[in-house]
Design a protein around this ligand. Sequence first.
Ligand code: S3P
Length: 438
Amino acid sequence: MKKTITLKSSKCKSLKGILHVPSDKSISIRALLIGSICFGNTKIFNLLQSDDVMNTLKSLRKLGIKIKKHKNFFEVYGNGGYFCEPKSDLYMGNSGTGSRLICGLICNRGINAKITGDVSLSSRSMIRIIEPLSKMNAKFKHNNGFLPILIEDNYNSTIPINYDLKVGSAQIKSAILLAGLNVKGTIKIKENYPSRNHTEIMLKFLDVKIKKSKKIISLESPNFIKPKDLHIPGDFSSAAFVIVATLITKQSNVCIKDVGLNYFRTGLIDILKKMNAKIYIENKRSLNGELIGDIKIKSSKLNSVIVSQRISPRLIDEYPILFVAASYASGISKFYGLSELKLKESDRLKTMAEALKNAGVRILENEDSIEIHGKENNIGGNIVQTSFDHRIAMSMLVFGLGSEKSIKIDDMKMINTSFPNFKEILEKIGAKIEHIHK
Ligand code: S3P
């Protein structure tokens, strides 16, 4: 039988260096999708070349959008909102963002299309976007709320809605906004729990009539979007692994350059600072309307923390690595209001609780909360079930940089969905991560 290659991380000495993390996944996907409906060509600099982003790119090509790779940028030949009917399925791989946003983008563009995904994506409910988009009159057939979704030709008959968004989800918000770009009138979304606003920022940068007042986002349509060059910053969610790795290893000192610091993405910094982390932001500036900067981190003696649901949309993707930080903090950390965490690439509450317990950490887990007893028993030595989830894989590999025994992961390929050079970047600053045969 052919042996598969995976990864193992082991206790290491200090991490030191200056580095860049790969570009932002959320913004890369939006740049491709929005570029495709511009009137003219968009140059995208620093597009993330990961599986999730490439699945979006390939799907746009199937929809008749020419996308050319140049040495320093990708060029998207925007068709002003005209798409061809795809001859085969639009396969979105592991990407919740890609699949949900593309549904919004093409549901009222006069084509039939079938959206599919991998095992993990096919087990995630799509009702959260089908429901608001159907209210706009978009027509879908679906498998009880799951993929595959068939988008049915419904040209020009979608209508604006006033939507009361009860979940702090940028994917739902963005799907509605992208569909809203092709209706006559003004759509309004009441955002009860504000989430990452990359779509709003990019549309505003492209002079679309979008504004936010108090909790209400309004978007006036139709829109004829003229292209501008788009530059993608480093992904804060990828930086998060380097940040925690630096904090939990002794005498470490790392600087991550040019990282996106969108307020709705950086809740992790606020929580880690509460835990006594030495994190400093420098060189703040704006890039296409997004705040970016450099992050300096030094090893820190972390204390436990209590985290309520309120901040959840600002650190939704960082809970797994925050749980690792809590395992290395003295005292008992408690995290509440984690229901959204269960709906990600895996049920992250369950997969992380399992992985940490197997590594010796004392964990108490409830319906939507978790208690982590830090610094008692970070033994390691287990093989982590990553459940098709890149963030579980990377979080637990970071755990292994400080645990007594090594950590192995069952499967490394999911890391390619967001952070293809994870191993190389961490090794460069001194981490011990090796390929092994399974
Ligand atoms: C994302 C939004 C978040 C996040 C995901 C990326 C986006 O999902 O977890 O990784 O790019 O809009 P939800 O909006 O569903 O919480």
